[in-house]
Design a binder for this molecule. Sequence first.
Ligand code: HEM
Length: 155
Amino acid sequence: MSMQWWLFFHLLGATFGVGFVFFQILLAARVKRLKGTPDEGALMKAHLMISRMGSVFLLTLLVTGVAMWGMNDYKSMGRSMGWLHAKAFNVVLLYGLFFFVSVPNGKKVGLALSQPGSVVTDEVRSAYRKAVMAGHTAMLLILINVILGYWKPGY
Ligand code: HEM
Protein backbone atom coordinates (compact mmCIF):
# COMPACT_ATOMS: atom_id res chain seq x y z
CA MET A 1 0.00 0.00 0.00
CA SER A 2 1.38 3.42 -0.91
CA MET A 3 2.20 6.17 1.57
CA GLN A 4 -0.84 8.18 0.40
CA TRP A 5 -3.20 5.38 1.45
CA TRP A 6 -1.54 4.89 4.84
CA LEU A 7 -1.84 8.64 5.36
CA PHE A 8 -5.46 8.57 4.23
CA PHE A 9 -6.35 5.89 6.80
CA HIS A 10 -4.25 7.65 9.45
CA LEU A 11 -6.19 10.89 8.86
CA LEU A 12 -9.49 9.01 8.77
CA GLY A 13 -8.65 7.45 12.16
CA ALA A 14 -7.65 10.87 13.54
CA THR A 15 -10.86 12.54 12.28
CA PHE A 16 -13.12 9.84 13.69
CA GLY A 17 -11.04 9.62 16.87
CA VAL A 18 -11.27 13.37 17.65
CA GLY A 19 -15.02 13.40 16.88
CA PHE A 20 -15.58 10.30 18.97
CA VAL A 21 -13.80 11.67 22.05
CA PHE A 22 -15.45 15.09 21.65
CA PHE A 23 -18.88 13.47 21.49
CA GLN A 24 -18.17 11.90 24.87
CA ILE A 25 -17.69 15.32 26.45
CA LEU A 26 -21.30 16.01 25.43
CA LEU A 27 -22.47 12.65 26.81
CA ALA A 28 -20.76 13.26 30.16
CA ALA A 29 -22.35 16.73 30.35
CA ARG A 30 -25.78 15.19 29.72
CA VAL A 31 -25.21 12.57 32.47
CA LYS A 32 -24.41 15.43 34.86
CA ARG A 33 -27.68 17.17 33.97
CA LEU A 34 -29.62 13.94 34.57
CA LYS A 35 -28.30 13.57 38.14
CA GLY A 36 -30.90 12.00 40.42
CA THR A 37 -33.22 10.93 37.58
CA PRO A 38 -33.79 7.28 36.51
CA ASP A 39 -32.02 8.00 33.19
CA GLU A 40 -28.74 8.91 34.89
CA GLY A 41 -27.53 5.33 35.36
CA ALA A 42 -28.81 4.16 31.97
CA LEU A 43 -26.87 6.86 30.12
CA MET A 44 -23.76 6.23 32.25
CA LYS A 45 -23.81 2.58 31.25
CA ALA A 46 -24.44 3.35 27.58
CA HIS A 47 -21.65 5.94 27.58
CA LEU A 48 -19.10 3.54 29.07
CA MET A 49 -20.09 0.80 26.63
CA ILE A 50 -19.63 3.14 23.66
CA SER A 51 -16.33 4.53 24.98
CA ARG A 52 -14.74 1.06 24.79
CA MET A 53 -14.88 1.26 20.99
CA GLY A 54 -12.26 4.04 21.16
CA SER A 55 -9.50 1.45 21.32
CA VAL A 56 -10.27 0.55 17.66
CA PHE A 57 -9.46 4.09 16.47
CA LEU A 58 -6.33 4.03 18.57
CA LEU A 59 -5.19 0.76 17.04
CA THR A 60 -5.80 2.11 13.52
CA LEU A 61 -3.74 5.20 14.31
CA LEU A 62 -0.94 3.13 15.81
CA VAL A 63 -0.74 0.65 12.90
CA THR A 64 -0.94 3.30 10.14
CA GLY A 65 1.45 5.60 12.04
CA VAL A 66 4.08 2.91 12.54
CA ALA A 67 3.71 1.87 8.87
CA MET A 68 4.42 5.46 7.72
CA TRP A 69 7.32 5.63 10.15
CA GLY A 70 8.78 2.53 8.48
CA MET A 71 8.20 3.79 4.93
CA ASN A 72 9.66 7.26 5.28
CA ASP A 73 13.30 7.92 5.85
CA TYR A 74 12.68 10.84 8.19
CA LYS A 75 16.09 10.26 9.78
CA SER A 76 18.07 10.88 6.58
CA MET A 77 17.07 14.55 6.75
CA GLY A 78 19.41 14.74 9.75
CA ARG A 79 16.73 16.46 11.81
CA SER A 80 15.16 15.61 15.15
CA MET A 81 12.72 12.69 15.28
CA GLY A 82 11.39 13.84 18.65
CA TRP A 83 7.91 14.56 17.28
CA LEU A 84 7.48 10.93 16.15
CA HIS A 85 8.79 9.47 19.40
CA ALA A 86 6.48 11.83 21.31
CA LYS A 87 3.51 10.63 19.23
CA ALA A 88 4.31 6.98 19.94
CA PHE A 89 4.77 7.79 23.65
CA ASN A 90 1.40 9.58 23.75
CA VAL A 91 -0.29 6.52 22.28
CA VAL A 92 1.27 4.33 24.99
CA LEU A 93 -0.09 6.83 27.55
CA LEU A 94 -3.50 6.65 25.86
CA TYR A 95 -3.56 2.87 26.11
CA GLY A 96 -2.48 3.16 29.77
CA LEU A 97 -5.36 5.55 30.51
CA PHE A 98 -7.76 3.30 28.66
CA PHE A 99 -6.82 -0.05 30.22
CA PHE A 100 -5.86 1.13 33.72
CA VAL A 101 -8.39 3.92 34.37
CA SER A 102 -11.34 3.80 31.96
CA VAL A 103 -11.89 0.03 31.78
CA PRO A 104 -11.69 -0.79 35.55
CA ASN A 105 -13.84 2.19 36.55
CA GLY A 106 -16.29 1.46 33.75
CA LYS A 107 -16.55 -2.12 34.98
CA LYS A 108 -17.22 -0.87 38.52
CA VAL A 109 -20.10 1.27 37.25
CA GLY A 110 -21.47 -1.54 35.06
CA LEU A 111 -21.37 -4.05 37.90
CA ALA A 112 -23.03 -1.70 40.41
CA LEU A 113 -25.82 -0.86 37.97
CA SER A 114 -26.45 -4.38 36.70
CA GLN A 115 -28.56 -5.45 39.70
CA PRO A 116 -32.32 -5.06 39.30
CA GLY A 117 -33.51 -1.92 41.03
CA SER A 118 -29.97 -0.61 41.52
CA VAL A 119 -29.54 3.13 42.06
CA VAL A 120 -26.70 5.50 41.27
CA THR A 121 -24.77 6.08 44.49
CA ASP A 122 -22.01 8.65 45.05
CA GLU A 123 -19.50 5.80 44.80
CA VAL A 124 -20.80 4.93 41.32
CA ARG A 125 -20.64 8.63 40.34
CA SER A 126 -17.06 8.82 41.53
CA ALA A 127 -16.03 5.77 39.44
CA TYR A 128 -17.83 7.24 36.40
CA ARG A 129 -16.09 10.60 36.91
CA LYS A 130 -12.68 8.88 36.94
CA ALA A 131 -13.46 7.10 33.65
CA VAL A 132 -14.65 10.41 32.16
CA MET A 133 -11.55 12.28 33.35
CA ALA A 134 -9.41 9.67 31.56
CA GLY A 135 -11.45 10.36 28.41
CA HIS A 136 -10.93 14.12 28.71
CA THR A 137 -7.18 13.62 29.14
CA ALA A 138 -7.26 11.35 26.07
CA MET A 139 -8.83 14.22 24.09
CA LEU A 140 -5.89 16.45 25.02
CA LEU A 141 -3.29 13.81 24.07
CA ILE A 142 -5.04 13.12 20.75
CA LEU A 143 -5.08 16.85 19.93
CA ILE A 144 -1.37 17.05 20.79
CA ASN A 145 -0.76 14.16 18.36
CA VAL A 146 -2.72 15.91 15.61
CA ILE A 147 -0.62 19.05 16.11
CA LEU A 148 2.63 17.03 16.18
CA GLY A 149 1.56 15.20 12.99
CA TYR A 150 1.00 18.41 11.02
CA TRP A 151 3.80 20.46 12.54
CA LYS A 152 6.56 17.78 12.70
CA PRO A 153 8.80 20.10 14.78
CA GLY A 154 12.48 19.63 14.02
CA TYR A 155 11.84 17.63 10.85
C1 HEM B 1 -3.75 9.66 18.81
C2 HEM B 1 -3.01 9.21 17.86
C3 HEM B 1 -2.64 9.96 16.61
C4 HEM B 1 -3.26 11.00 15.96
C5 HEM B 1 -4.55 11.69 16.34
C6 HEM B 1 -2.46 11.32 14.80
C7 HEM B 1 -2.75 12.33 13.87
C8 HEM B 1 -1.94 12.70 12.81
C9 HEM B 1 -2.19 13.78 11.87
C10 HEM B 1 -3.41 14.68 11.88
C11 HEM B 1 -1.15 13.83 10.99
C12 HEM B 1 -0.95 14.86 9.88
C13 HEM B 1 -0.89 14.23 8.54
C14 HEM B 1 -0.51 15.24 7.48
O1 HEM B 1 0.65 15.66 7.41
O2 HEM B 1 -1.39 15.64 6.72
C15 HEM B 1 -0.24 12.78 11.35
C16 HEM B 1 0.94 12.50 10.71
C17 HEM B 1 1.79 11.48 11.03
N1 HEM B 1 1.66 10.58 12.07
FE1 HEM B 1 0.12 10.50 13.39
N2 HEM B 1 -1.37 10.48 14.76
C18 HEM B 1 -1.45 9.63 15.86
C19 HEM B 1 -0.57 8.64 16.21
C20 HEM B 1 0.59 8.34 15.52
C21 HEM B 1 1.52 7.30 15.88
C22 HEM B 1 1.39 6.37 17.08
C23 HEM B 1 2.52 7.32 14.96
C24 HEM B 1 3.75 6.48 14.87
C25 HEM B 1 4.39 6.01 15.86
C26 HEM B 1 2.21 8.36 14.00
C27 HEM B 1 2.98 8.69 12.91
C28 HEM B 1 2.72 9.71 12.03
C29 HEM B 1 3.59 10.04 10.90
C30 HEM B 1 4.86 9.32 10.50
C31 HEM B 1 3.01 11.18 10.28
C32 HEM B 1 3.57 11.98 9.10
C33 HEM B 1 3.21 11.44 7.78
C34 HEM B 1 3.88 12.30 6.71
O3 HEM B 1 5.07 12.10 6.46
O4 HEM B 1 3.21 13.19 6.18
N3 HEM B 1 1.03 8.96 14.37
N4 HEM B 1 -0.73 12.11 12.46
